[in-house]
Design a protein around this ligand. Structure first.
Ligand code: MN
Length: 433
């Protein structure tokens, strides 16, 4: 099955010159959606499409520009700033609008004279969450993370017996999801060596590098989504930093799982890169020799042939002292989404397999996406071996967990031969007291 179309053609260029630089996250092959307004204006939020270092303002673009018949109706929710309402229209509409935006922004487009006036520099825009996030579920699909963390507690038997059979997850907190910026260190119950816990600021504050998937289509309660339909229910991907207080987590997590150790803040990148844009980076989903194949409800031809996505993921750190001394951020890890043990379709199908209803705008987290090597460990808990091996930083500092003023930045991009590189942009957060 061919997943790509004219919108992915590597030769395609835009009349927006910054989109053709080769290094931008947002070439014309990407076309991600974000919710924005001109900075400092207090104007209503609207949806825009990132193109190079510009945003195409779909509120401005709707009326003056000639669009093909039927397209204005599909664009209206975007002009209204309501991405959830756009999602409800379904994959056929998503593809139709992508094709129309691609044609309108392509070199030689007759719509260019109209749309030139609808561009704004990204630097002059403020961003909001891209949509209403009704529910948030965090999975645990990073098998290398699960193994490394498991080893800290069970050196001989790091993975629990269910891990290779069932996509593990828990219900997270949607209200505290934001775009990063400043993140306040949480306080909570901390249990040290003493008999009784104390209440105070977390001393073991960590990040988790994850990817988030936005659900785009609802399923009715009691009606599971079969794996063959799951791809049509997925709208797009963002970066997700699942901030985690390890000391609060260690004391509270048994028997019901994470609670206040996670719910104080989660941060996502502002641009949703659609599943359509990711088509050139699909590849086969396989299991290592000797591992069980998924149960039939989590197995299918498309999933085996194209379920995985090749996406490079990075975490960067800059401390307050590094910033003051002019030291650039340092890269802490590089890993890949294709190390996930489950595909997005499998996670969505499993989520609905008991009849649970998902809704447009629901967010699914992948779990911490570490790789197998030492430089691919996607949390400080792993990099510092549970706080026992401090990391050395430029300027002579060390870190086991995050300190005040530390800025954590995550980036992701996709590249493959015969396709133009696209990126997810970044999510950045600084710890404050
Ligand atoms: Mn997590």
């Amino acid at each position: 099955m061919t997943l790509t179309d004219a919108t992915h053609a590597p030769r395609l260029k835009s009349w927006v010159s910054s989109a053709n630089s080769g290094s931008t996250d947002f070439p014309i092959q990407n076309l991600p959606y974000g919710r924005f307004r001109p900075a400092g204006t207090g104007e209503p939020w609207r949806i825009g499409v990132a193109i190079g270092d510009q945003v195409l303002d779909l509120k401005l673009a709707l009326a003056p520009c000639p669009w093909a018949p039927g397209l204005a109706e599909l664009l209206q929710p975007l002009a209204d700033g309501d991405l959830n309402a756009f999602m409800v229209q379904g994959r056929k509409a998503w593809k139709q609008v992508r094709a129309a935006l691609s044609a309108a922004l392509a070199e030689g487009s007759g719509q260019a004279p109209f749309l030139e006036r609808c561009l704004r520099p990204q630097a002059a825009c403020e961003m909001a969450l891209p949509c209403r996030i009704g529910d948030y579920t965090d999975f645990y699909a990073g098998i290398h993370h699960a193994t490394t963390i498991g080893k800290l507690f069970r050196p001989d038997n790091p993975l629990l017996p269910n891990y290779k059979w069932v996509p593990i997850g828990y219900h997270g907190r949607a209200s505290s999801i934001g775009l990063g910026g400043t993140v306040k260190r949480p306080s909570g119950q901390l249990k040290g060596a003493a008999d009784a816990p104390v209440f105070g600021p977390s001393q073991r504050l960590d990040y988790e590098l994850e990817v988030g998937a936005f659900v785009g289509r609802a399923n009715a309660q009691g009606e599971p989504v079969p794996l063959g339909d799951a791809e049509d229910a997925l709208f797009g991907l963002v970066l997700l930093n699942d901030w985690s207080a390890r000391d609060i987590q260690a004391w509270e997590y048994q028997p019901l799982g994470p609670f206040l150790a996670k719910s104080f803040a989660s941060s996502i990148s502002p641009w949703i890169v659609t599943m359509e844009a990711l088509a050139p980076f699909r590849h086969p989903f396989t299991r290592p020799d000797g591992d069980p194949q998924p149960l039939p409800y989590l197995d299918g031809d498309f999933n085996r042939a194209s379920g995985a996505i090749d996406m490079t993921l990075e975490v960067w750190l800059q401390t307050a002292a590094m910033r003051a001394a002019g030291h650039a951020p340092v890269r802490l890890s590089q890993s890949n989404l294709s190390d996930a043990y489950w595909t997005w379709a499998q996670m969505l199908t499993h989520h609905t397999s008991n009849g649970c209803n998902l809704q447009p705008g629901d967010l699914l987290g992948s779990g911490t996406l570490s790789g197998p090597s030492d430089d691919s460990r996607a949390s400080l808990m792993e990099l510092s071996a549970g706080g026992k091996q401090p990391l050395s930083l430029p300027g002579g500092e060390t870190r086991t967990f995050l300190q005040h003023g530390d800025t954590v930045t995550m980036r992701a991009w996709c590249f493959s031969t015969g396709a133009v590189r696209i990126g997810l942009g970044e999510v950045s957060g600084t710890i404050v007291g």
